[in-house]
Design a protein around this ligand. Structure first.
Ligand code: HEM
Length: 155
């Protein structure tokens, strides 16, 4: 089965993803993931999320994915359009990658409430679909789910 870590490509949400958090109105969104490389053992990624009806760009993040040689340790080096920069680390276990915030910083005028911690689970399912679940803790809320979405590989 193709894995985004070994085979760069494009993944698109098959059905709209669901966004929730105790402090917001639940929403739906679509998202496209691009993975590429320039021949180094590092992946570039861009995750672009869109409004489900208007198709307007919403959340965007991009960065690099590195693996520690000879280990299953994975690091995501991430910049988000909200003004957040982040390092997430975790271990690849089978078809599952669980990442946790390792370092986080933001622009001085970032919107409140501020994110304190992010946790992501990527799971490549037996049917070939990729699933992403994102949880976060903010100034006001302990760790709760924010996003859940599944993607099909399109290129
Ligand atoms: C709200 C963080 C990804 C759409 C929020 C809030 C935070 C946040 C802190 C405010 C919560 C509150 O008011 O208590 C993040 C982080 C993300 C992420 C850290 C990635 C790791 C996304 C994605 C979408 C999205 C992919 C897709 C469209 C929204 C929407 C709201 C929201 C619609 C509510 C309206 C708003 O306050 O702007 N997010 N988010 N977020 N997020 Fe996300």
């Amino acid at each position: 089965m193709a894995s985004p870590v070994n085979h760069p490509g494009t993944w698109e949400s098959d059905v709209p993803g669901k966004g929730v958090f105790p402090t917001i109105t639940p929403f739906r969104y679509t998202e496209t993931l691009h993975f590429s490389h320039v021949g180094q053992p590092i992946l570039n990624f861009t995750f672009n999320a869109f409004h489900v009806e208007s198709k307007m760009p919403l959340h965007r993040e991009c960065g690099f994915i590195r693996m520690q040689p000879e280990t299953n340790k994975v690091a995501f080096i991430i910049a988000q359009n909200s003004g957040l920069v982040e390092i997430e680390e975790g271990e690849l276990k089978g078809q599952q990658l669980n990442l946790q915030t390792h370092a986080l910083a933001r622009i001085s005028f970032a919107k409140e409430p501020h994110v304190k911690q992010i946790s992501r689970l990527f799971q490549l399912r037996p049917d070939g679909k990729l699933e992403q679940t994102v949880s976060m803790a903010t100034d006001n809320q302990s760790m709760m789910q924010h996003l859940h979405i599944t993607y099909c590989r399109s290129a």
